[in-house]
Ligand binder design. Structure first.
Ligand code: BJW
Ligand code: ZN
Length: 250
């Protein structure tokens, strides 16, 4: 695929010192993982938006646990794609860089991203729903889900609707949005708060905003540049442009 970038875009990259990349489930789609809103009706006819809540877990812990187990089983079978890999490379070219992911699949880390935070937790970790302690190894038990020593049910360490995001993580993301010159929003529908507001914060601070998605989102209008492309196709080309702009060679 050949691509001609606008001079505005190239200049924004060239002059940027602080870059924030916000990602969502669309980045992992080309690895074979379903997007959150693409999972609708695919699992026992349940709506993910209804399963990813503390109320659903309290009401039917087995169902919610098994849904996450079903998603966990896929992780070792998939690989980071060129989108993840390009984003991992990007962190080398800005003085200040932060990847803020809403994804819980761990693919960014596997692609080599280091300067990053996870806003919505990680599918590979568990914690106690009562005392909050992290559970490294699941206890042998016939009960589904298994229980913590305190008697509380074990749950995945992810952030459900109505729950607070990890405080330090959110603070880091918010601070970076406030100082970024450049923000990429990649593969996210931009409907879930507070993640979706990071772009707005950066925008109010004068940042240049770029969106990468297969289709327009509710927030597309506030971006300086929208690429309606697959993340795995366009991010490597954007990386090339960044390397050129930052090193003068390619
Ligand atoms: C491609 C592609 C390709 C495909 N290339 N692109 C203010 C207003 C209204 C509501 C609220 C508000 N503040 C808080 C709320 C409530 C709620 C919320 O935002 N609700 C909205 C739905 C309206 N937020 C919360 O409850 C948050 N907590 C909070 O704010 O606490 C304080 C508080 C509490 C109560 C009241 C008020 C304040 C917590 C949010 C936690 C979200 N958790 C989930 C589940 C995680 C675990 C799990 O996965 O099961 O996180 S929900 C789900 O959505 C998941 C995702 O990280 C998140 C975002 O989804 P994402 O990544 O954008 O995926 P999709 O599927 O939506 O989109 C994929 C996109 O990719 C699409 O656009 C495709 O086109 C595109 N795509 N292939 C590029 N190849
Ligand atoms: Zn406990």
């Amino acid at each position: 695929m050949s691509m001609v970038f606008s001079s505005d875009f190239i200049e924004a990259i060239r002059s940027a010192q602080s870059c924030l990349v916000l990602t969502g489930a669309g980045v992992s789609a080309e690895s074979g993982l379903m997007t959150f809103r693409g999972m609708q009706g695919l699992w026992d006819d349940f709506n993910p938006q209804e399963l990813a809540t503390p109320e659903a877990f309290a009401c039917d812990p087995k169902k919610v646990w098994e849904w996450y187990q079903w998603r966990r089983e896929k992780l070792p079978l998939v690989q980071p794609n060129p989108g993840h890999l390009a984003i991992a490379e990007m962190e080398k070219y800005f003085q200040n860089f932060l990847l803020v992911t809403q994804n819980i699949d761990g693919l960014h880390q596997r692609a080599g991203s280091v300067k990053m935070v996870e806003l919505h937790g990680n599918l590979n970790r568990n914690k106690c729903s009562r005392c909050g302690i992290m559970i490294e190894t699941l206890p042998d038990s016939d009960e589904v889900p298994p229980r913590c020593k305190c008697g509380g049910r074990i749950r995945p360490d992810v952030v459900w609707f109505g729950e607070m995001l990890p405080e330090a993580t959110l603070k880091k993301a918010w601070q970076m949005a406030g100082m970024a010159d450049l923000l990429f929003s990649v593969g996210t529908s931009s409907v879930v708060q507070p993640a979706a507001s990071l772009g707005l914060v950066a925008r109010n601070n004068g940042a240049f905003l770029i969106e990468v998605n297969l289709e327009k989102t509710e927030l597309s209008g506030m971006f300086n540049q929208v690429f309606l492309e697959k993340a795995g196709q366009i991010m490597p080309l954007i990386l090339e442009e960044i390397v050129k702009a930052k090193t003068g060679k390619y």
